[in-house]
Design a protein around this ligand. Structure first.
Ligand code: SF4
Length: 171
Protein backbone atom coordinates (compact mmCIF):
# COMPACT_ATOMS: atom_id res chain seq x y z
CA UNK A 1 0.00 0.00 0.00
CA UNK A 2 1.30 3.49 -0.78
CA UNK A 3 2.28 5.85 2.05
CA UNK A 4 -0.83 7.97 1.58
CA UNK A 5 -3.96 5.94 1.97
CA UNK A 6 -5.96 7.48 -0.84
CA UNK A 7 -9.15 5.75 0.24
CA UNK A 8 -9.18 7.58 3.57
CA UNK A 9 -11.74 10.35 3.46
CA UNK A 10 -10.58 13.63 5.02
CA UNK A 11 -13.36 16.23 4.90
CA UNK A 12 -10.99 18.85 6.37
CA UNK A 13 -9.00 18.74 3.10
CA UNK A 14 -12.07 18.80 0.87
CA UNK A 15 -14.37 21.63 -0.23
CA UNK A 16 -17.63 19.85 0.66
CA UNK A 17 -17.75 18.43 -2.85
CA UNK A 18 -20.31 15.74 -2.06
CA UNK A 19 -22.61 18.42 -0.61
CA UNK A 20 -22.37 20.38 -3.87
CA UNK A 21 -21.89 17.86 -6.66
CA UNK A 22 -24.39 15.15 -5.79
CA UNK A 23 -28.13 15.35 -6.33
CA UNK A 24 -30.75 13.84 -4.05
CA UNK A 25 -34.50 13.51 -4.00
CA UNK A 26 -36.77 14.10 -1.04
CA UNK A 27 -37.21 10.69 0.55
CA UNK A 28 -36.69 8.84 3.81
CA UNK A 29 -32.95 9.55 3.41
CA UNK A 30 -33.09 13.23 2.43
CA UNK A 31 -35.45 15.91 3.74
CA UNK A 32 -35.57 17.95 0.51
CA UNK A 33 -34.62 17.81 -3.19
CA UNK A 34 -31.20 19.01 -4.33
CA UNK A 35 -29.92 19.40 -7.89
CA UNK A 36 -26.40 18.36 -8.98
CA UNK A 37 -23.98 21.28 -8.66
CA UNK A 38 -26.22 23.13 -6.23
CA UNK A 39 -24.61 23.76 -2.81
CA UNK A 40 -26.78 22.16 -0.13
CA UNK A 41 -28.69 24.78 1.84
CA UNK A 42 -27.35 23.20 5.05
CA UNK A 43 -23.77 24.09 4.12
CA UNK A 44 -21.93 26.73 6.10
CA UNK A 45 -18.60 27.38 4.40
CA UNK A 46 -17.35 23.84 3.80
CA UNK A 47 -19.09 22.47 6.91
CA UNK A 48 -22.49 20.89 7.37
CA UNK A 49 -24.43 23.06 9.82
CA UNK A 50 -26.49 20.06 10.95
CA UNK A 51 -23.62 17.55 11.11
CA UNK A 52 -24.45 16.48 14.68
CA UNK A 53 -28.11 15.81 13.98
CA UNK A 54 -28.19 14.58 10.38
CA UNK A 55 -30.32 11.51 11.09
CA UNK A 56 -32.77 13.39 13.31
CA UNK A 57 -33.20 16.06 10.63
CA UNK A 58 -33.91 13.52 7.88
CA UNK A 59 -30.49 13.17 6.21
CA UNK A 60 -29.57 9.54 6.90
CA UNK A 61 -28.34 9.37 3.30
CA UNK A 62 -25.54 11.82 4.12
CA UNK A 63 -24.45 9.70 7.09
CA UNK A 64 -24.25 6.60 4.88
CA UNK A 65 -22.26 8.26 2.08
CA UNK A 66 -18.47 7.95 1.84
CA UNK A 67 -16.57 9.25 -1.21
CA UNK A 68 -13.62 6.95 -0.36
CA UNK A 69 -11.26 9.92 -0.30
CA UNK A 70 -12.15 11.12 -3.79
CA UNK A 71 -13.22 14.60 -2.66
CA UNK A 72 -10.10 15.47 -0.67
CA UNK A 73 -7.85 14.05 -3.40
CA UNK A 74 -9.54 16.12 -6.10
CA UNK A 75 -9.30 19.34 -4.10
CA UNK A 76 -5.66 18.83 -3.11
CA UNK A 77 -4.24 17.07 -6.17
CA UNK A 78 -6.20 18.57 -9.04
CA UNK A 79 -7.11 22.01 -7.68
CA UNK A 80 -4.17 22.65 -5.29
CA UNK A 81 -6.52 23.34 -2.36
CA UNK A 82 -8.73 25.85 -4.18
CA UNK A 83 -12.48 25.90 -3.69
CA UNK A 84 -15.62 26.77 -5.62
CA UNK A 85 -16.33 29.09 -2.67
CA UNK A 86 -13.54 31.42 -3.86
CA UNK A 87 -14.34 30.92 -7.52
CA UNK A 88 -17.83 29.59 -8.32
CA UNK A 89 -16.74 29.02 -11.93
CA UNK A 90 -14.82 26.02 -10.61
CA UNK A 91 -18.02 24.16 -9.74
CA UNK A 92 -18.42 22.51 -13.14
CA UNK A 93 -14.76 21.49 -13.36
CA UNK A 94 -14.83 20.21 -9.78
CA UNK A 95 -17.99 18.21 -10.50
CA UNK A 96 -16.35 16.51 -13.47
CA UNK A 97 -13.12 15.81 -11.59
CA UNK A 98 -14.98 14.48 -8.54
CA UNK A 99 -17.03 12.15 -10.70
CA UNK A 100 -13.87 10.81 -12.38
CA UNK A 101 -11.96 10.45 -9.12
CA UNK A 102 -14.87 8.53 -7.55
CA UNK A 103 -14.48 6.03 -10.41
CA UNK A 104 -10.71 5.84 -9.82
CA UNK A 105 -11.20 5.20 -6.11
CA UNK A 106 -13.90 2.56 -6.69
CA UNK A 107 -11.34 0.63 -8.77
CA UNK A 108 -8.65 1.07 -6.10
CA UNK A 109 -11.08 -0.38 -3.55
CA UNK A 110 -11.87 -3.39 -5.79
CA UNK A 111 -8.22 -4.03 -6.71
CA UNK A 112 -7.23 -3.96 -3.04
CA UNK A 113 -10.06 -6.35 -2.16
CA UNK A 114 -8.78 -8.75 -4.84
CA UNK A 115 -5.61 -9.19 -2.77
CA UNK A 116 -7.55 -11.74 -0.71
CA UNK A 117 -8.05 -14.00 -3.76
CA UNK A 118 -5.58 -16.75 -4.57
CA UNK A 119 -4.43 -15.09 -7.79
CA UNK A 120 -1.65 -16.67 -9.83
CA UNK A 121 1.58 -14.69 -9.98
CA UNK A 122 0.89 -12.99 -13.30
CA UNK A 123 -2.61 -11.89 -12.32
CA UNK A 124 -1.37 -10.57 -8.99
CA UNK A 125 1.37 -8.59 -10.74
CA UNK A 126 -1.25 -7.13 -13.07
CA UNK A 127 -3.43 -6.26 -10.06
CA UNK A 128 -0.52 -4.51 -8.35
CA UNK A 129 0.43 -2.68 -11.50
CA UNK A 130 -3.09 -1.28 -11.97
CA UNK A 131 -3.18 -0.28 -8.30
CA UNK A 132 0.14 1.54 -8.54
CA UNK A 133 -1.03 3.43 -11.62
CA UNK A 134 -4.21 4.59 -9.87
CA UNK A 135 -2.60 5.45 -6.54
CA UNK A 136 0.71 6.98 -7.56
CA UNK A 137 -0.40 9.03 -10.52
CA UNK A 138 -1.07 12.74 -9.99
CA UNK A 139 -4.32 13.18 -11.84
CA UNK A 140 -5.33 16.19 -13.88
CA UNK A 141 -8.92 17.14 -14.71
CA UNK A 142 -8.66 16.10 -18.40
CA UNK A 143 -7.14 12.74 -17.41
CA UNK A 144 -9.99 12.11 -14.98
CA UNK A 145 -12.52 12.96 -17.68
CA UNK A 146 -10.98 10.30 -19.93
CA UNK A 147 -10.58 7.65 -17.24
CA UNK A 148 -13.90 5.86 -17.65
CA UNK A 149 -13.53 5.45 -21.40
CA UNK A 150 -9.92 4.25 -21.16
CA UNK A 151 -8.04 2.74 -18.25
CA UNK A 152 -11.23 1.98 -16.30
CA UNK A 153 -12.38 -0.35 -19.07
CA UNK A 154 -9.06 -2.23 -19.02
CA UNK A 155 -9.34 -2.62 -15.25
CA UNK A 156 -12.97 -3.73 -15.44
CA UNK A 157 -12.06 -6.41 -17.97
CA UNK A 158 -9.27 -7.61 -15.68
CA UNK A 159 -11.61 -7.65 -12.66
CA UNK A 160 -14.17 -9.58 -14.67
CA UNK A 161 -11.50 -12.11 -15.63
CA UNK A 162 -10.33 -12.71 -12.07
CA UNK A 163 -13.93 -13.33 -11.04
CA UNK A 164 -13.09 -17.00 -11.72
CA UNK A 165 -10.97 -16.97 -8.54
CA UNK A 166 -13.95 -16.04 -6.33
CA UNK A 167 -15.03 -19.09 -4.30
CA UNK A 168 -18.37 -20.50 -5.46
CA UNK A 169 -19.92 -19.77 -2.05
CA UNK A 170 -19.36 -15.98 -2.66
CA UNK A 171 -20.42 -15.76 -6.28
S1 SF4 B 1 -27.24 17.88 4.84
FE1 SF4 B 1 -25.13 18.39 5.44
S2 SF4 B 1 -23.90 16.53 4.88
FE2 SF4 B 1 -25.88 16.41 3.79
S3 SF4 B 1 -25.50 17.36 1.76
FE3 SF4 B 1 -26.31 18.97 3.12
S4 SF4 B 1 -24.48 19.97 3.99
FE4 SF4 B 1 -23.81 17.99 3.14
Amino acid sequence: MSQTDHLKTDCSKCAALCCVVLAFDKSKDFAFDKNPGEPCRNLSGHDCSIHDRLKQDGFAGCVAYDCLGAGNRVVQEVFAGRSWRQDPRLIRLMMEAFSGMCEVHKRIDLLRAAETLQLDQQDDLTRQSFLARLEEHRWSGPELNEFEAGLALEIDLFLHGIGAYVPASFS
